[in-house]
Ligand binder design. Structure first.
Ligand code: FES
Ligand SMILES: [Fe+2]
Length: 408
């Protein structure tokens, strides 16, 4: 054995010893959060944004949400309907079919024809106008709505609560606004996407190399606490450190000569960069306690000085997530056109492309649980606690359980 190999073997040995000693200390799986743990295919009794409104026309369109196959289609008046994407006759997907009569969808196989508004079988083309099947069969329907250029579908087992109660409040009766965004089906658990979105520790380190942050210094580390307001959790910064001296190792900072450090006061800034000269008055008027907030069922809101960025983590099924990233700017007229020009001219790629791809890369790499959490992960723990309380739109009593804490 060479000297180097000997040394490596010793180092490996030491590391093994240490991890053996510590193997079970603070190491947790998700059974401490039973509701969360069981929600691999998504949380039910919520509205989910599933597709751009502009993509739903009179031709049936299929989507999969919370492990349910759904067909979306507009009727002759422009209203969107959602039906279970399965013909009761022989189980063929209705999304492969066509609209043969206004306001209906016909299965491609034998022409069973369902009314969009209530899913009832209203004609069987290959069985004649007097088919006895009519009125005997129906497919399930889903409540739908359209807001922010998106089609929303309610997935659940009870009558839906109004979408307005679940939307970010600022999108209910807002001033005119422009929307840009990206929807992508991605591998990875929706819970890992939600946790990544709200994960305090990652942005300043992982995203320091993104082009979006090319000219902005990110703090090296900070101290935070999570603030709860209604159904929202906010990340609140208590202390910020632009650089740090690690004993025996040296200084670390991502500051470079070409980067700009925000000057704004801690606690007063909007957006994680601060330093903006102009803040949008509507966003300021919302008076968010912190720039990053998260609510069920996986809705992240980042309030920047000039726009709000939302991420909706829509479960497709266990292990697959529809990433719905939406940027909203409260502008009218020409300014609105300016937003679209800027968004399509660069922001879409910089922010919803390059920047977000770093998150998607890490979610794909995440192999948890088991996990060992650290101080900034209080953001994840509070989120899991929130989900354990149950659906705030259901009638019921919130649950309170003792759960492991982060290591301090
Ligand atoms: S399977 Fe749909 S009509 Fe036969
Ligand atoms: Fe991120």
């Amino acid at each position: 054995m060479s000297v180097t190999e000997d040394r490596l073997a010793k180092l490996r040995g030491r590391r093994t010893d240490k991890s053996d000693r510590k193997a079970d200390v603070g190491r947790v799986d998700w059974t401490s959060w039973p509701v969360y743990d069981a929600a691999g295919a998504g949380l039910r009794n919520y509205w989910y944004p599933v597709i751009w409104s502009s993509e739903v026309k009179r031709k049936p369109k299929s989507v999969r949400v919370c492990a349910e196959d759904i067909v979306l289609q507009r009727d002759e008046h422009g209203e969107v309907f959602a039906l279970h994407d399965r013909c009761p006759h022989r189980g063929v997907r209705l999304s492969q079919g066509t609209e043969e009569f206004p306001g209906t969808v016909s299965c491609p196989y034998h022409g069973w024809t369902y009314r969009l508004s209530d899913g009832e079988l209203v004609a069987v083309i290959t069985d004649g106008p007097d088919s006895p099947m009519c009125g005997q069969v129906a497919v399930a329907t889903y409540p739908t709505a359209e807001v922010a250029g998106l089609v929303w579908v309610f997935i659940g087992d009870r009558d839906p609560h109004p979408l307005a109660e679940q939307l970010p409040e600022e999108l209910v009766n807002p001033p005119d606004y422009a929307v840009g965004g990206r929807i992508e089906d991605r591998p990875g658990d929706w819970r890992l996407y939600a946790e990544n979105g709200f994960d305090e520790g990652h942005a300043k380190y992982l995203h320091r190399t993104s082009y979006w942050r090319l000219f902005k210094v990110m703090p090296t580390w900070n101290k935070i606490h999570i603030h709860r307001e209604g159904r929202w959790l906010y990340r609140m910064e208590d202390e910020r450190y632009w650089e740090a001296d690690f004993p025996g190792l040296g200084k670390w900072s991502n500051d470079r000569w070409w980067k700009i450090k925000p000057k704004q006061q801690q606690g007063k800034m909007l957006g994680n960069t601060g330093g903006a000269k102009k803040n949008d008055p509507y966003i300021v008027s919302r008076d968010f306690p912190g720039f990053a907030s998260l609510a069920a069922p996986g809705m992240l809101r980042i309030a920047y000085p000039q726009f709000i960025h939302y991420e909706f983590y829509v479960p497709i099924e266990e292990g697959r997530t529809k990433y719905v990233g939406v940027m909203v700017q409260f502008k009218t007229g020409l300014a609105k056109a300016g937003f679209y020009a800027k968004y399509l001219g660069g922001i879409r790629w910089l922010f919803h492309g390059n920047f977000s791809s770093q998150d998607h890369w890490m979610v794909a790499e995440t192999d948890a649980p088991p996990e060992r959490l650290y101080r900034p992960d209080s953001s994840l723990l509070e989120w899991r606690r929130l989900i354990e309380e149950g659906n705030p739109f259901d009638v019921g009593t919130p649950v309170s359980l003792d759960r492991p804490e982060v290591e301090s």
